[in-house]
Design a protein around this ligand. Structure first.
Ligand SMILES: NC(=O)c1ccc[n+]([C@@H]2O[C@H](COP(=O)([O-])OP(=O)(O)OC[C@H]3O[C@@H](n4cnc5c(N)ncnc54)[C@H](OP(=O)(O)O)[C@@H]3O)[C@@H](O)[C@H]2O)c1
Length: 219
């Protein structure tokens, strides 16, 4: 998602986008140095541990990479941003998977829907992303923004297959079927998300958004 933003953002000539090799969000020193070295007007956190299945192997483990990146990494970022909060708009990219969902209340949800607190009803990845939202709110309050997205897709990206890319590949290989036919989902077109991020950065509008999620299919 972040790589597309640096390609098409209206402000791409003003962006600083460090590679992980020079900027590890689990290292508070790295982060403080970068945040204090530039005159940032916004910091968008696209970084996360995103392998939902692999994250399950670390369920409950706060020393695991998933918790360290998704929660402690975000804590490092917001702590570094806090002294500059009047100038820097911090935007945390989050996910619909912060909601546990239920048959009685399957969504779609409003921005103020309580996120899943019961670990047994939510993926470890979703739980860590939810804890990250709490950390952002706890340290920066409503001066920060949280943007929840779902199934982000883009037209062509060879490094990683997205939700549609995977289905098209299986179709080409003749192995797409059998497939469910009773599910409704909404996806995020990453180009639209980028436009939205540009708008809230330029207008300095700070809040929680679920703009890209009309239906929720989180289990
Ligand atoms: N994909 C989805 O279905 C989905 C759905 C909803 C929300 N989201 C959220 O959208 C955001 C972007 O997701 P994505 O699909 O673009 O994920 P992605 O392709 O896995 O990208 C995540 C990025 O985070 C970087 N990263 C991981 N650990 C880091 C660390 N310790 N320090 C610095 N950078 C680190 C990775 O760098 P390396 O490549 O160098 O490891 C990678 O570039 C995430 O916050 C994710 O939770 C994704």
């Amino acid at each position: 998602v972040g790589s597309r933003f640096v390609e098409i953002s209206k402000r791409k000539n003003f962006l600083h986008y460090p590679k992980q090799v020079e900027f590890d969000i689990t290292d508070p020193g790295d982060i403080r140095n970068i945040i204090s070295s530039y005159n940032f007007s916004a910091v968008v956190n696209f970084a996360a541990y995103t392998d939902v299945n692999k994250a399950e192997d670390e369920r409950g483990d706060k020393n695991g990479t998933c918790w360290q990146v998704n929660v402690e990494g975000v804590r490092n970022l917001v702590n570094a941003v806090k002294p500059y909060i009047e100038r820097i708009h911090f935007i945390q990219i989050s996910t619909d998977m912060v909601f546990s969902g239920s048959k009685d209340d399957p969504g779609p949800y409003k921005e103020d829907q309580p996120i899943g607190n019961e670990l047994s009803k939510i993926t470890w990845y979703g739980y860590t992303k939810g804890r990250a939202e709490k950390v952002v709110g706890g340290v920066l309050g409503d001066r920060a923004s949280i943007v929840r997205i779902i199934y982000p897709v883009r037209a062509k990206f060879l490094h990683k297959l997205d939700y549609i890319g995977k289905a098209l590949k299986l179709f080409d290989e003749g192995s797409l079927y059998p497939l469910f036919s009773d599910q409704k989902i909404s996806i995020t077109f990453i180009d639209e998300l980028c436009d939205f991020l540009d708008k809230i950065i330029i207008a300095n509008v700070r809040s929680i958004s679920r703009r890209f999620k009309r239906y929720d299919n989180t289990p």
